[in-house]
Design a protein around this ligand. Sequence first.
Ligand SMILES: [Zn+2]
Length: 253
Amino acid sequence: MIQQKQNNCNKELLERYSRQIASSVFNLNGQEALSNTKIAIVGQGALGTSTSELLVRAGIKKLILIDNDKIELSNLQRQCLFEEKDINKNKVITAKHKLNKINSNVKIKTYNLKLSQDNINHINELKNVDLILDCTDNFEIRFIINNFCKINKIPWIFSSAINIEGMIIFIHPEGPCLKCIFPDKVQNQFCSSEGILNTTTRIISSLQINLALNYILTKTYKTELIKVNSWNMKIDKYKVNKNKKCKLCQNNS
Ligand SMILES: [Zn+2]
């Protein structure tokens, strides 16, 4: 009886993921690797909702969602898990509900909080994830993630999107960190003043997931800054190296 149930379950999963299993870069090994992967996503805005949707559809084992915002009318233009009836609702709770409707096999844990230096070490699960995805619009939080990941030896992916441009960087604990790349204080830019096309966030989110899948499937990565102009359809890549003056890398090598 149990064997029969397991066979039915496997059959359903093989059917659900059949199109990506058929992909030469993904195949059954990729599906197995993804089904054993835990990822934390910081931010459930345009990047975060798109990224969590893609990972849930692809068959990730577990997602941890962190955000303390509520859904606003101006979010609906690009934040793909939310609709009109969700306005004023909590983002992570609403996202979890939608994501589990898409794929009920995925475990989703939510934290309704703004990540900070004070609380990051109290989220025990964060130390056990395979990857952290930055989907925020805030360099202070990114530098907190950067410190945490360097000390706890967790790879993470920086992503940003504003107007028609975006950036992505895969940051491995052995390689250059965000402080190596941006040693000085960085001014935040916000969609409320600079604007944002929903195509920009979808492209950046998709590329972020491709980087994540590449790492999960092959355990390889490139230390490069990827800059995207979504309007002109231009992608530039810049090799990044450790900054000899970076104290975080010096103290954690
Ligand atoms: Zn560094």
